[in-house]
Design a protein around this ligand. Sequence first.
Ligand code: ADP
Ligand code: MG
Length: 259
Amino acid sequence: MLSIRNLQVSLGRAKVLHGINASAAPGRIIAVIGPNGSGKTTLLRAISGDVGYQGRIAIDDHDLAQLKPWELAARRGVLPQAATLAFPFTVAEVVRLGLTSGTQADRTDLITRALAEVDLTGFSGRYYQELSGGQQARVQLARVRVQVWDPVQNGMARWLFLDEPVASLDIAHQIGVMRVLRRFADAGGGVVMVLHDLNLAAMVADDVWLIHDGKLLDAGAPVQVIGGSALATAYGCPIAANQIPPDGATFVLPHGLWA
Ligand SMILES: Nc1ncnc2c1ncn2[C@@H]1O[C@H](COP(=O)(O)OP(=O)(O)O)[C@@H](O)[C@H]1O
Ligand SMILES: [Mg+2]
């Protein structure tokens, strides 16, 4: 269980998160949505242990602030919003970074498996910098996956914290990544990811957290949050949620664009 209590984060002089309370259970996919600058990345950085905060964050009743770096690395993998590399690493070397930052550095077999998972079989010898943005994003996901390969280890659920993991991916690879995450969650792992695509969030998330101005404006099932009135308030534009019969999947379309 990931538990967030009265989380407050200040960056520089700006107070960015103002008292967020939320819980996430392993086995579920949480989509964090909200407009640009609302605090999604800051929330993800806080639960990843990458930024100072006030309040309490706990993973399985362990206070995040008390966990040692290797304990943190064993429990969660983090995909930042943008990852730049200064050196000419090969794809395999980038993925290997996930192994060495985790607790299973000897499991080099996982590099091939993780690359296959993100549809990059045969890419291990290629230079990372010579790949497309979408391919680089998938390499980074493979790096994070090898760090916490097994969704549950020694009875301990592991977590993937992902900031816009599919922002630069085509639709087929978006679906491919969602399948990877679904399998991870179905096998007992926890997933918290920032998503911009509301339709994708509606399709794959078990729970949606709607962030607005550094606060949790709404949380719950996609049909409630994405179908709820808080969504248009948060984004400051008219949005209507609809449901496609007969399966009842929620989708959104902007409307009244030129009004
Ligand atoms: N290092 C920083 N110093 C000061 N303010 C920051 C810093 N990083 C982000 N912010 C501010 O915090 C707010 C939330 O940013 P962020 O969490 O990145 O939003 P989101 O991911 O929802 O687009 C924004 O107003 C942004 O300008
Ligand atoms: Mg962001």
